[in-house]
Design a binder for this molecule. Structure first.
Ligand SMILES: [Zn+2]
Length: 259
């Protein structure tokens, strides 16, 4: 049974320069299914290229809320055209980020609405980024019937109560490095108690390296550190967790092939 990394930026500057080895190193650790989300036009193009190059790499394409400032019809048209690609399994990462102030909330909302319209045309799920904006994100997903698409709350850092609300909206919970941090509270409670049929694993590499590598550059090969911590917190066998996470991932992203 394989490990899954549902959110790794092989398309980031740090990992892309050595992506073939980064992927091979992960495979040596048993990580054999990768989803690479775009965060701007360039990284979405690279995600798509990698997905076409490797059978077990899938792409998501989309514009992160901090990256949309100068985007116009041209960039959104590219999304509309390429979201139809068979190896593009989701639109993302999109959402809200009130931590940085490169874009206003109004701009973020406009881009979000525009991108979910694109996802709705092809009925593909959403990869949601939400920083310092969890209630707002919840409301936007709810107001726009996003339960019809489903998706994942990537790098979820909210409470178990909020996790349950997102699950009711048909959104999965993506857990990564923070569940392993020694001082983590909510992520451990969520890992232990969330409906296991809505739980998926991710590294968010090159960011958020798990304990004991915290602060270093993260890579998909670190998924076993994250998955073992989740299995330990839940008191289940790691192989059972692997089976469930793979099933969840294939269901959420409508992946049909045997991996
Ligand atoms: Zn990301």
């Amino acid at each position: 049974m394989i490990f899954v990394d549902t959110h790794c930026h092989l398309n980031s500057e740090q990992l892309y320069k050595d992506y073939d080895n980064v992927k091979k190193d992960a495979e040596k650790e048993g990580v054999k299914l990768f989803i690479v989300p775009g965060f701007d036009l360039e990284s979405s193009k690279i995600a798509l290229k990698l997905a076409h190059e490797y059978e077990n790499v899938y792409a998501a394409i989309g514009f992160h809320p901090t990256e949309i400032k100068h985007y116009s019809d041209l960039e959104y048209k590219w999304l509309e055209d390429n979201i139809k690609d068979d190896k593009v399994v989701a639109l993302g990462e999109i959402g809200f980020d009130l931590h940085w102030d490169t874009t206003t909330l109004e701009e973020q909302m406009e881009s979000f609405l525009r991108q979910i319209r694109i996802a709705k045309e092809v009925n593909k799920p959403l990869i949601i980024h939400s920083r310092d904006a969890l209630n707002l994100t919840y409301q936007a997903l709810k107001d726009n019937d996003c339960h019809l698409l489903g998706g994942v709350m990537h790098s979820f850092s909210g409470s178990i109560e909020m996790a349950k609300e997102f699950i009711k909206l048909n959104f999965y919970i993506g857990l990564g490095g923070p569940v392993t941090f020694t001082n983590a509270k909510d992520p451990k409670i969520v890992a232990e108690n969330v409906d296991i049929n809505y739980l998926i694993t991710e590294t968010d590499s090159p960011y958020l390296a798990p304990h004991p590598l915290r602060g270093k550059m993260n890579s998909p090969k670190n998924i076993p550190l994250i998955a073992s911590e989740i299995a330990k917190l839940r008191g289940i066998d790691i192989n059972d967790l692997k089976t469930i996470v793979l099933d969840n991932t294939k269901r959420l992203f409508r992946i049909k092939s045997d991996v």
